[in-house]
Design a protein around this ligand. Structure first.
Ligand code: ADE
Ligand code: ZN
Length: 347
């Protein structure tokens, strides 16, 4: 394929049109303020903000923790199975519009079970939305249960245990929430148990935390993908390893700027990671809070970084399929569709 034949002015449309997989999306982070208010009213939950506008105006974050505080408050409106369905369905409508053909969704059960919401409501509501997204949009999806790393490993074990009756509805476990001071090795035993049970394992590492957390996520938790991982560049040896082992990094550009990991998209290290041969993907993390869904991430990133062109667009979409937890036959079908989109654009 010749990528040089695609003019730069065609890039935004191509980025939007190309098929892609989204692999780093917290479903609770897709709760738009309008839906938060609708669910608060439906469930009789009091909010600390008087209006949608006032809530949105509070979305000015100085670091990960300042975001998490407001993110957990937003999730407090989720009480019934239908609420989880409605939240995920709203995401899938956006994903379909962005030509997402496959999505792997994180969910944080502890945020809900701590408020007395049954695990069954959480998993079943999300699962039904996944089923309907496949039926109506042809989007395939998987659920990944995340442990909150600011809580104890014992609580993570209890969460895994409580979720096992629904194990057919989720394919893996992840690790999210406050990174600093909560290294991956704190969860060594529960990840070992999850691996024994046959779950895929991923972990947030190297978002705010040091490169060493990426190493222990790989060596101790034995994860298959690293979520974020952008601080790997602090260790050239680690970058070399990630490239050699093709460990995917699910990078979230708008999130990184909103949470002050980078000052501006033009300073993002994604081009350097790609150039180093890493399997980097572009994702939205918590799109309702960070200014956009996956296509917005692609379009703004490419606008800010002139070194990213059609070849990199193709590579990022191809990486998203390579890094997905699906079988090779499915991966090959998506690759054909991706090539077709680029040929139709003149490549
Ligand atoms: N939970 C939701 N979004 C997160 C992020 N960006 N980092 C860690 N935990 C999260
Ligand atoms: Zn995340």
């Amino acid at each position: 394929m010749n990528f040089d034949t695609i003019p730069r002015s065609d890039l935004p449309a191509l980025l939007r049109r190309m098929p892609k997989a989204e692999l780093h999306l917290h479903i609770e982070g897709s709760l738009e303020p309008e839906l938060i208010f609708r669910l608060a009213q439906r469930n009789g939950v009091a909010l600390a903000y008087p209006s949608v506008e006032a809530l949105r105006a509070a979305y000015a974050f100085s670091d990960l923790q300042s975001f998490l505080d407001i993110y957990y408050a937003g999730a407090s409106v989720l009480l019934e199975e239908a609420d989880f369905f409605d939240m995920a369905w709203a995401y899938f409508e956006r994903a379909a519009a962005d030509n997402v053909v496959h999505a792997e969704l994180f969910f944080d059960p502890q945020t809900h079970t701590a408020r007395g919401v049954p695990m069954a409501f959480v998993v079943r509501g999300l699962h039904h939305a996944c089923q309907r997204a496949h039926a109506e949009f042809g989007i395939s999806s998987r659920l990944i249960l995340c442990f909150l790393r600011h809580l104890s490993e014992e609580e993570a074990f209890a969460t895994l245990e409580a979720a096992l009756p629904y194990r057919q509805h989720f394919i893996g476990v992840g690790l999210d929430s406050s990174e600093r001071g909560h290294p991956p090795e704190k969860f060594a035993r529960v990840f070992a148990r999850a691996r024994e049970l046959g779950f895929e394992c991923v972990a947030h590492a190297g978002e705010e935390g040091p490169a060493a957390y990426i190493e222990t996520a790989l060596d101790v938790l034995q994860v298959r993908r690293i979520d974020h991982g952008v601080r790997c560049t602090e260790s050239p040896a680690l970058v070399e390893r990630l490239a050699r082992e093709r460990v995917p990094l699910t990078v979230c550009p708008l999130s990184n700027v909103k949470l002050c990991v980078f000052d501006h998209l033009s300073q993002h290290n994604l081009p350097a990671l790609l150039a180093a041969g890493l399997c980097v993907t572009v994702n939205s993390d918590d799109p309702a809070y960070f200014g956009g869904y996956v296509n917005q991430n692609f379009v703004e990133l490419f606008a800010a970084l002139p070194q990213l062109g059609a070849q990199e667009a193709w590579q990022l979409a191809a990486n998203s399929f390579e890094a997905s937890f699906v079988d090779d036959a499915q991966r090959a079908r998506w690759r054909l569709a991706l090539d077709e989109a680029f040929r139709a654009a003149g490549a």
